[in-house]
Design a protein around this ligand. Structure first.
Ligand SMILES: *[C@@H]1O[C@H](CO)[C@@H](O)[C@H](O)[C@H]1NC(C)=O
Ligand SMILES: *[C@@H]1O[C@H](CO)[C@@H](O)[C@H](O)[C@H]1NC(C)=O
Ligand SMILES: *[C@@H]1O[C@H](CO)[C@@H](O)[C@H](O)[C@H]1NC(C)=O
Ligand SMILES: *[C@@H]1O[C@H](CO)[C@@H](O)[C@H](O)[C@H]1NC(C)=O
Length: 273
């Protein structure tokens, strides 16, 4: 997104420099500028990622095993969560692997102070436990996502603020929950839905094939993928649709989208916090 203007400025500067100093124009400007920056930033050469994966969590499934409450655990909020929330925006390679913990500044909550309200609502943590960061320590869910994945989305994403803002914008633009609800796939503790139907609904809406992850029969994550310019594309390790069989991640042929509040959290666990 914002990489274009910066690339363009760098290009223009480089071109101007070369034209004035050497009258040479025959370099692949954007490529050289980008690679140079990447090297400068990480010290060692870091292979650039191929595409983005926006990973979304289904809260009722993510909260099913909740045993402890605390202020950071969205499972314990009184307001119900009945739409997919953000897990993270991940930089992936086409071969199914991904870079992790690239070089970049450590997470600093101050950087995203103006985004806290939407982040708490749409990118909450579903646990009280701290998660590992990239510096042999533990921190918040947001710190984990920025340090492990966000730092590797360079040169499309340049800093922590841009990582969180970009992810929120993509999440708002591609409303997976809205697509599923419109196709009749609404939260239910009794209905089972065909996996192929859910995949088709997303394909029809975004013209790209998603990837689903299940916990038992319950949808736990739904992932949609994007080119570096944030146009939707198929997830490289996504769903496989053959004539009469659909497979995606760990999901069975019929899946549920459990309704929020169907897990075993009660007043007793709340009291323990
Ligand atoms: C210029 O760089 C782009 C990547 O930014 C690359 O795809 C392209 O092949 C390069 N062109 C030449 C002539 O080297
Ligand atoms: C909940 O716990 C069960 C049993 O330990 C486990 O199989 C399942 O994967 C867990 N579900 C989630 C969403 O973590
Ligand atoms: C997505 O769509 C649902 C259902 O139409 C709606 O309730 C929700 O507010 C939308 N979410 C976002 C983030 O726009
Ligand atoms: C929890 O406590 C509230 C009152 O504080 C009560 O109305 C509700 O039934 C209790 N729920 C459970 C699951 O015990």
């Amino acid at each position: 997104m914002a990489s274009l203007p910066i690339k363009a400025i760098l290009c223009m500067q480089l071109l101007a420099l070369f034209m004035v100093a050497f009258s040479v124009i025959g370099i692949n400007c954007s490529w050289d500028a980008e690679e140079g920056l990447l090297r400068k930033r990480s010290g060692v050469h870091q292979r650039q990622f191929d595409y983005f994966k926006l990973s979304l969590l289904w809260p009722a499934t993510a909260c099913r095993n909740t045993t402890r409450c605390c202020s950071s655990n969205a499972c314990c909020r009184s307001s119900s969560l009945s739409e997919f929330t953000i897990h993270g925006l991940w930089a992936d390679y086409n071969d199914g692997t991904w870079p992790a913990c690239c070089s970049g500044p450590q997470f600093d909550k101050k950087e995203i102070s103006t985004l806290l309200k939407p982040l708490r609502k749409y990118w909450p943590s579903f646990s009280c436990e701290a998660v590992s960061n990239c510096h042999h320590g533990k921190g918040t869910f947001w710190a984990h996502e920025w340090e492990k994945h966000g730092t590797c989305s360079y040169p499309v994403v340049h800093d922590e603020y841009e990582y969180f803002l970009t992810t929120l914008n993509v999440y708002f633009k591609y409303n997976v929950t809205g697509v599923l609800f419109e196709a009749g796939y609404v939260p239910s503790n009794s209905e089972k839905y065909p996996l192929g139907g859910i995949i088709t609904a997303i394909q029809n809406a975004f013209h790209a094939t998603p990837e689903l992850i299940c916990s038992g029969d319950d949808v736990e994550e739904l992932r949609i993928c994007f080119y570096k310019d944030f146009q939707p594309r198929d997830c490289a390790s996504g769903s496989i649709i053959r004539r009469d069989r659909v497979s995606s991640g760990s999901c069975p042929q019929y899946v549920s989208l459990p309704a929020y509040g169907s897990w075993g959290l009660n007043n007793h666990t709340k009291a323990v916090s």
